[in-house]
Design a protein around this ligand. Structure first.
Ligand code: ADP
Ligand code: MG
Length: 362
Protein backbone atom coordinates (compact mmCIF):
# COMPACT_ATOMS: atom_id res chain seq x y z
CA UNK A 1 0.00 0.00 0.00
CA UNK A 2 1.28 3.44 -0.80
CA UNK A 3 1.84 5.51 2.31
CA UNK A 4 0.82 9.08 2.57
CA UNK A 5 3.59 11.61 2.96
CA UNK A 6 4.00 13.15 6.38
CA UNK A 7 1.58 16.06 6.72
CA UNK A 8 3.68 19.17 6.92
CA UNK A 9 1.33 21.12 9.10
CA UNK A 10 -2.29 20.39 9.84
CA UNK A 11 -5.00 21.58 12.17
CA UNK A 12 -4.62 24.37 14.72
CA UNK A 13 -6.66 26.80 12.62
CA UNK A 14 -8.19 28.32 15.73
CA UNK A 15 -4.81 28.86 17.41
CA UNK A 16 -3.27 30.30 14.25
CA UNK A 17 -6.11 32.75 13.89
CA UNK A 18 -5.90 33.77 17.54
CA UNK A 19 -2.16 34.35 17.41
CA UNK A 20 -2.33 36.32 14.18
CA UNK A 21 -5.06 38.47 15.65
CA UNK A 22 -3.20 39.26 18.80
CA UNK A 23 -0.05 40.06 16.83
CA UNK A 24 -1.98 42.53 14.70
CA UNK A 25 -3.17 44.51 17.70
CA UNK A 26 -1.37 46.92 20.01
CA UNK A 27 1.22 45.23 22.23
CA UNK A 28 -0.11 45.25 25.75
CA UNK A 29 0.59 41.95 27.50
CA UNK A 30 3.24 39.26 27.69
CA UNK A 31 1.83 36.03 26.28
CA UNK A 32 2.75 32.65 27.65
CA UNK A 33 2.18 29.89 25.13
CA UNK A 34 2.11 26.83 27.28
CA UNK A 35 1.15 23.23 26.90
CA UNK A 36 2.53 19.74 27.44
CA UNK A 37 5.77 18.75 25.81
CA UNK A 38 5.53 17.92 22.07
CA UNK A 39 2.05 19.37 21.76
CA UNK A 40 3.20 21.49 18.84
CA UNK A 41 4.01 24.88 20.37
CA UNK A 42 7.18 25.47 18.37
CA UNK A 43 5.62 24.14 15.17
CA UNK A 44 2.65 26.45 15.65
CA UNK A 45 4.85 29.49 16.18
CA UNK A 46 6.85 28.66 13.07
CA UNK A 47 3.64 28.33 11.08
CA UNK A 48 2.29 31.64 12.33
CA UNK A 49 5.56 33.45 11.50
CA UNK A 50 5.37 32.13 7.94
CA UNK A 51 1.91 33.58 7.53
CA UNK A 52 2.72 37.06 8.82
CA UNK A 53 3.04 39.92 6.36
CA UNK A 54 6.41 41.37 5.43
CA UNK A 55 6.22 44.33 7.77
CA UNK A 56 6.79 42.08 10.78
CA UNK A 57 10.24 41.63 12.29
CA UNK A 58 10.24 38.48 14.40
CA UNK A 59 13.13 37.74 16.76
CA UNK A 60 12.76 34.12 17.75
CA UNK A 61 15.21 32.88 20.39
CA UNK A 62 15.17 29.23 21.45
CA UNK A 63 16.97 28.32 24.67
CA UNK A 64 16.98 24.61 23.93
CA UNK A 65 20.57 23.50 24.19
CA UNK A 66 21.56 26.54 26.25
CA UNK A 67 24.08 25.39 28.85
CA UNK A 68 24.03 28.28 31.25
CA UNK A 69 26.18 31.27 32.12
CA UNK A 70 25.62 34.92 31.37
CA UNK A 71 28.00 35.16 28.43
CA UNK A 72 26.36 32.21 26.75
CA UNK A 73 23.00 33.83 27.43
CA UNK A 74 23.93 36.88 25.40
CA UNK A 75 25.37 34.61 22.74
CA UNK A 76 22.00 32.97 22.30
CA UNK A 77 20.67 36.34 21.16
CA UNK A 78 23.55 37.52 19.03
CA UNK A 79 25.50 36.18 16.13
CA UNK A 80 28.47 37.52 14.18
CA UNK A 81 27.47 39.86 11.41
CA UNK A 82 28.94 41.57 8.37
CA UNK A 83 32.07 43.55 9.15
CA UNK A 84 32.14 45.75 6.06
CA UNK A 85 28.59 46.92 6.53
CA UNK A 86 29.42 47.72 10.13
CA UNK A 87 32.46 49.83 9.21
CA UNK A 88 30.32 51.79 6.80
CA UNK A 89 27.58 52.53 9.30
CA UNK A 90 29.82 53.15 12.28
CA UNK A 91 31.94 55.84 10.65
CA UNK A 92 29.42 58.60 11.23
CA UNK A 93 27.50 57.84 14.40
CA UNK A 94 27.82 56.74 18.03
CA UNK A 95 28.23 53.04 18.56
CA UNK A 96 24.80 52.21 20.04
CA UNK A 97 22.95 54.14 17.36
CA UNK A 98 25.09 52.47 14.73
CA UNK A 99 24.37 49.04 16.22
CA UNK A 100 20.67 49.78 16.09
CA UNK A 101 20.82 50.88 12.48
CA UNK A 102 22.88 47.83 11.63
CA UNK A 103 20.19 45.46 12.90
CA UNK A 104 17.48 47.41 11.13
CA UNK A 105 19.28 47.01 7.83
CA UNK A 106 20.10 43.36 8.20
CA UNK A 107 16.94 41.97 9.86
CA UNK A 108 14.72 39.64 7.86
CA UNK A 109 11.05 38.92 8.56
CA UNK A 110 11.99 36.05 10.88
CA UNK A 111 15.32 36.01 12.71
CA UNK A 112 16.59 33.29 15.02
CA UNK A 113 19.20 35.62 16.46
CA UNK A 114 20.38 39.19 16.07
CA UNK A 115 23.39 39.63 13.83
CA UNK A 116 25.97 42.08 15.10
CA UNK A 117 29.66 42.76 14.58
CA UNK A 118 32.01 41.15 17.13
CA UNK A 119 32.91 44.53 18.59
CA UNK A 120 29.31 45.20 19.62
CA UNK A 121 28.72 41.67 20.87
CA UNK A 122 31.70 42.13 23.19
CA UNK A 123 30.18 45.32 24.54
CA UNK A 124 26.92 43.55 25.21
CA UNK A 125 28.56 40.86 27.28
CA UNK A 126 28.64 42.99 30.35
CA UNK A 127 30.64 41.64 33.08
CA UNK A 128 32.90 38.83 33.81
CA UNK A 129 35.99 40.27 32.13
CA UNK A 130 37.60 43.57 33.03
CA UNK A 131 38.45 44.96 29.63
CA UNK A 132 38.05 48.67 29.03
CA UNK A 133 35.32 48.32 26.48
CA UNK A 134 32.40 50.64 26.65
CA UNK A 135 29.59 48.46 28.03
CA UNK A 136 26.10 48.33 26.67
CA UNK A 137 23.17 46.99 28.65
CA UNK A 138 21.60 44.17 26.61
CA UNK A 139 18.03 45.07 27.47
CA UNK A 140 18.53 48.75 26.90
CA UNK A 141 19.99 47.95 23.52
CA UNK A 142 17.15 45.60 22.56
CA UNK A 143 14.61 48.25 23.53
CA UNK A 144 16.31 50.74 21.22
CA UNK A 145 16.18 48.19 18.41
CA UNK A 146 12.45 47.66 18.90
CA UNK A 147 11.91 51.43 19.06
CA UNK A 148 13.69 51.84 15.76
CA UNK A 149 11.54 49.26 14.03
CA UNK A 150 8.39 50.93 15.28
CA UNK A 151 9.63 54.32 14.01
CA UNK A 152 10.03 52.71 10.60
CA UNK A 153 6.50 51.27 10.65
CA UNK A 154 7.67 47.74 11.21
CA UNK A 155 6.04 45.42 13.72
CA UNK A 156 8.66 43.84 15.96
CA UNK A 157 7.83 40.59 17.77
CA UNK A 158 10.04 39.15 20.48
CA UNK A 159 9.72 35.38 21.03
CA UNK A 160 11.42 33.19 23.61
CA UNK A 161 11.06 29.43 23.32
CA UNK A 162 11.87 26.93 26.09
CA UNK A 163 12.02 29.85 28.46
CA UNK A 164 12.09 27.65 31.58
CA UNK A 165 15.68 26.72 30.78
CA UNK A 166 16.74 30.13 32.14
CA UNK A 167 15.38 29.22 35.53
CA UNK A 168 18.10 29.78 38.11
CA UNK A 169 20.39 31.67 35.71
CA UNK A 170 21.94 34.88 37.01
CA UNK A 171 23.34 37.86 35.18
CA UNK A 172 26.81 39.31 35.75
CA UNK A 173 25.62 41.30 38.74
CA UNK A 174 24.13 38.17 40.29
CA UNK A 175 20.50 39.06 39.62
CA UNK A 176 18.02 36.48 38.34
CA UNK A 177 18.06 36.70 34.58
CA UNK A 178 14.46 35.62 34.22
CA UNK A 179 13.37 38.47 36.45
CA UNK A 180 15.16 41.00 34.27
CA UNK A 181 13.90 39.42 31.09
CA UNK A 182 10.38 39.43 32.38
CA UNK A 183 10.54 43.07 33.51
CA UNK A 184 11.96 43.92 30.12
CA UNK A 185 9.02 42.28 28.39
CA UNK A 186 6.53 44.04 30.65
CA UNK A 187 8.22 47.32 29.75
CA UNK A 188 8.05 46.56 26.01
CA UNK A 189 4.39 45.66 26.18
CA UNK A 190 2.34 47.07 29.03
CA UNK A 191 4.37 50.24 29.45
CA UNK A 192 5.74 51.20 26.05
CA UNK A 193 3.55 49.14 23.68
CA UNK A 194 6.55 48.70 21.41
CA UNK A 195 6.53 45.07 20.47
CA UNK A 196 4.70 41.83 21.10
CA UNK A 197 6.31 39.37 23.47
CA UNK A 198 5.59 35.64 23.35
CA UNK A 199 7.14 33.02 25.59
CA UNK A 200 6.69 29.30 24.97
CA UNK A 201 7.24 26.69 27.63
CA UNK A 202 6.10 23.26 28.79
CA UNK A 203 6.95 24.06 32.41
CA UNK A 204 4.78 26.80 33.80
CA UNK A 205 5.52 26.24 37.44
CA UNK A 206 8.74 28.21 37.14
CA UNK A 207 6.87 31.35 36.18
CA UNK A 208 4.99 31.32 39.43
CA UNK A 209 8.09 30.38 41.35
CA UNK A 210 9.91 33.44 40.06
CA UNK A 211 7.06 35.93 40.25
CA UNK A 212 4.24 36.08 42.69
CA UNK A 213 0.79 35.87 41.21
CA UNK A 214 0.11 39.45 42.20
CA UNK A 215 2.97 40.71 40.05
CA UNK A 216 1.77 38.68 37.09
CA UNK A 217 -1.75 39.99 37.21
CA UNK A 218 -2.67 42.36 34.39
CA UNK A 219 0.66 41.80 32.67
CA UNK A 220 0.46 38.32 31.19
CA UNK A 221 -2.00 36.12 29.41
CA UNK A 222 -1.73 32.38 29.16
CA UNK A 223 -2.55 30.61 25.90
CA UNK A 224 -2.87 26.85 26.12
CA UNK A 225 -1.59 24.79 23.19
CA UNK A 226 -2.82 21.42 24.31
CA UNK A 227 -2.69 17.94 22.85
CA UNK A 228 -5.58 17.38 20.46
CA UNK A 229 -9.02 16.28 21.60
CA UNK A 230 -10.18 12.89 20.34
CA UNK A 231 -12.06 14.00 17.24
CA UNK A 232 -9.25 16.22 16.02
CA UNK A 233 -6.73 13.54 16.90
CA UNK A 234 -8.59 10.96 14.81
CA UNK A 235 -8.56 13.35 11.86
CA UNK A 236 -4.84 13.73 12.34
CA UNK A 237 -4.46 9.90 12.53
CA UNK A 238 -6.13 9.81 9.10
CA UNK A 239 -3.60 12.28 7.76
CA UNK A 240 -0.84 10.01 9.02
CA UNK A 241 -2.50 6.94 7.53
CA UNK A 242 -3.04 5.22 10.91
CA UNK A 243 -5.54 2.37 11.01
CA UNK A 244 -6.41 1.15 14.52
CA UNK A 245 -7.54 4.49 15.80
CA UNK A 246 -9.10 3.61 19.18
CA UNK A 247 -6.18 1.37 19.99
CA UNK A 248 -3.71 4.11 19.15
CA UNK A 249 -5.68 6.67 21.14
CA UNK A 250 -5.25 4.53 24.28
CA UNK A 251 -1.49 4.79 23.90
CA UNK A 252 -0.71 8.27 22.63
CA UNK A 253 -3.98 10.19 22.76
CA UNK A 254 -3.85 13.54 21.00
CA UNK A 255 -0.13 14.22 21.24
CA UNK A 256 1.09 15.29 17.80
CA UNK A 257 4.74 14.66 18.66
CA UNK A 258 3.94 11.01 19.44
CA UNK A 259 1.96 10.69 16.20
CA UNK A 260 5.09 11.77 14.34
CA UNK A 261 7.12 9.08 16.12
CA UNK A 262 4.53 6.39 15.43
CA UNK A 263 4.52 7.45 11.82
CA UNK A 264 8.30 7.07 11.64
CA UNK A 265 8.09 3.55 13.11
CA UNK A 266 5.41 2.59 10.62
CA UNK A 267 7.46 3.96 7.77
CA UNK A 268 10.21 1.55 8.76
CA UNK A 269 7.74 -1.29 8.34
CA UNK A 270 6.66 -1.89 11.95
CA UNK A 271 3.06 -2.74 12.81
CA UNK A 272 1.15 -0.18 14.79
CA UNK A 273 0.87 -2.46 17.88
CA UNK A 274 4.55 -3.23 17.88
CA UNK A 275 5.53 0.43 17.42
CA UNK A 276 3.32 1.57 20.27
CA UNK A 277 4.79 -1.10 22.56
CA UNK A 278 8.29 0.15 21.69
CA UNK A 279 7.28 3.73 22.42
CA UNK A 280 5.85 2.70 25.76
CA UNK A 281 9.04 0.79 26.56
CA UNK A 282 11.05 3.88 25.85
CA UNK A 283 9.00 5.95 28.32
CA UNK A 284 9.26 3.17 30.88
CA UNK A 285 13.01 3.29 30.43
CA UNK A 286 13.00 7.01 30.96
CA UNK A 287 11.07 6.67 34.22
CA UNK A 288 13.33 3.87 35.46
CA UNK A 289 16.36 6.07 34.81
CA UNK A 290 14.85 8.81 36.93
CA UNK A 291 14.00 6.22 39.59
CA UNK A 292 17.63 5.15 39.77
CA UNK A 293 18.74 8.76 40.05
CA UNK A 294 16.23 9.53 42.76
CA UNK A 295 17.37 6.74 45.02
CA UNK A 296 20.98 7.64 44.50
CA UNK A 297 20.52 11.33 45.22
CA UNK A 298 17.65 11.55 47.65
CA UNK A 299 18.24 8.48 49.84
CA UNK A 300 15.36 7.65 52.12
CA UNK A 301 13.22 10.55 50.98
CA UNK A 302 13.55 9.20 47.47
CA UNK A 303 10.97 6.57 48.25
CA UNK A 304 8.28 9.16 48.86
CA UNK A 305 9.33 11.19 45.87
CA UNK A 306 9.11 8.16 43.61
CA UNK A 307 5.91 6.88 45.19
CA UNK A 308 4.30 10.26 44.60
CA UNK A 309 3.92 9.33 40.94
CA UNK A 310 1.30 6.78 41.96
CA UNK A 311 -1.16 9.68 42.15
CA UNK A 312 -1.04 9.87 38.38
CA UNK A 313 -1.91 6.30 37.43
CA UNK A 314 -5.26 7.52 36.21
CA UNK A 315 -5.05 9.98 33.34
CA UNK A 316 -8.15 11.80 34.51
CA UNK A 317 -6.68 12.68 37.87
CA UNK A 318 -6.41 16.42 38.24
CA UNK A 319 -4.07 17.03 41.08
CA UNK A 320 -5.16 20.40 42.32
CA UNK A 321 -3.75 20.65 45.82
CA UNK A 322 -0.46 22.20 44.79
CA UNK A 323 0.69 23.77 48.00
CA UNK A 324 0.77 20.61 50.04
CA UNK A 325 3.00 18.59 47.77
CA UNK A 326 4.77 21.39 45.98
CA UNK A 327 8.26 19.99 46.37
CA UNK A 328 7.38 16.65 44.83
CA UNK A 329 5.34 18.25 42.12
CA UNK A 330 8.13 20.64 41.15
CA UNK A 331 10.50 17.73 40.81
CA UNK A 332 8.27 15.80 38.42
CA UNK A 333 7.31 18.88 36.46
CA UNK A 334 10.97 19.77 35.99
CA UNK A 335 11.67 16.24 34.85
CA UNK A 336 8.97 16.76 32.21
CA UNK A 337 6.97 13.85 33.56
CA UNK A 338 4.11 15.97 34.86
CA UNK A 339 2.54 19.00 33.22
CA UNK A 340 1.27 21.93 35.25
CA UNK A 341 -1.56 24.06 33.92
CA UNK A 342 -1.33 27.44 35.66
CA UNK A 343 -4.68 28.66 34.34
CA UNK A 344 -6.49 25.70 35.94
CA UNK A 345 -4.09 25.11 38.81
CA UNK A 346 -3.98 21.44 37.83
CA UNK A 347 -1.33 18.84 37.15
CA UNK A 348 -1.40 15.77 34.91
CA UNK A 349 1.06 13.46 33.15
CA UNK A 350 2.82 15.11 30.20
CA UNK A 351 1.40 12.47 27.89
CA UNK A 352 -0.91 9.51 27.70
CA UNK A 353 2.12 7.33 27.11
CA UNK A 354 3.78 8.53 30.32
CA UNK A 355 0.54 7.87 32.17
CA UNK A 356 0.52 4.31 30.83
CA UNK A 357 4.10 3.86 31.89
CA UNK A 358 3.22 5.07 35.40
CA UNK A 359 0.32 2.61 35.41
CA UNK A 360 2.67 -0.24 34.57
CA UNK A 361 5.18 0.70 37.23
CA UNK A 362 2.79 0.89 40.17
N1 ADP B 1 0.13 20.89 13.54
C1 ADP B 1 1.10 20.04 13.25
N2 ADP B 1 1.12 19.35 12.07
C2 ADP B 1 2.10 18.48 11.80
N3 ADP B 1 3.13 18.21 12.62
C3 ADP B 1 3.18 18.86 13.80
C4 ADP B 1 2.18 19.80 14.17
N4 ADP B 1 2.47 20.28 15.40
C5 ADP B 1 3.61 19.67 15.77
N5 ADP B 1 4.05 18.82 14.83
C6 ADP B 1 5.25 17.97 14.92
O1 ADP B 1 5.24 17.33 16.21
C7 ADP B 1 6.52 17.35 16.81
C8 ADP B 1 6.46 18.09 18.15
O2 ADP B 1 6.08 19.44 17.95
P1 ADP B 1 6.81 20.68 18.65
O3 ADP B 1 6.31 21.91 18.01
O4 ADP B 1 8.28 20.49 18.68
O5 ADP B 1 6.24 20.56 20.15
P2 ADP B 1 6.51 21.49 21.43
O6 ADP B 1 7.22 22.71 20.97
O7 ADP B 1 5.14 21.76 21.96
O8 ADP B 1 7.29 20.65 22.39
C9 ADP B 1 7.43 18.02 15.80
O9 ADP B 1 8.06 17.01 15.05
C10 ADP B 1 6.49 18.82 14.93
O10 ADP B 1 7.01 19.00 13.64
MG1 MG C 1 9.08 23.40 21.47
Amino acid sequence: MERKGIPEFVNREREIKELKELLSGRPNLVYFLYGPINSGKTALLTKVFEELSDDYRVFYVNFRGFEGGYRKFTRVFFELGDKTLWEKIKSNMPVVAAAVEYVERIAKKVNTSIELPAEVIRMLQIGDDDDDHEKIDVFHYLERVMERFVERDKRPVFVLDEMQILKGELNAAGQPLLGRLFNFMVRLTKERHLCHCLCATSDCLFIENVYSNARLEGRVRYLLIDDLAQEEAFNMYNNFGFEKKSFIWDYIGGKIGDMVILYEWKKQGYEEEKSLEEMLKSDLGKLRMIEGDIFERHGKEGEELWGFLKNFKDFNVRYADLRKEKRYLSFWIEENVLFYNPAEGTVRPQSRLIQRAIEELF
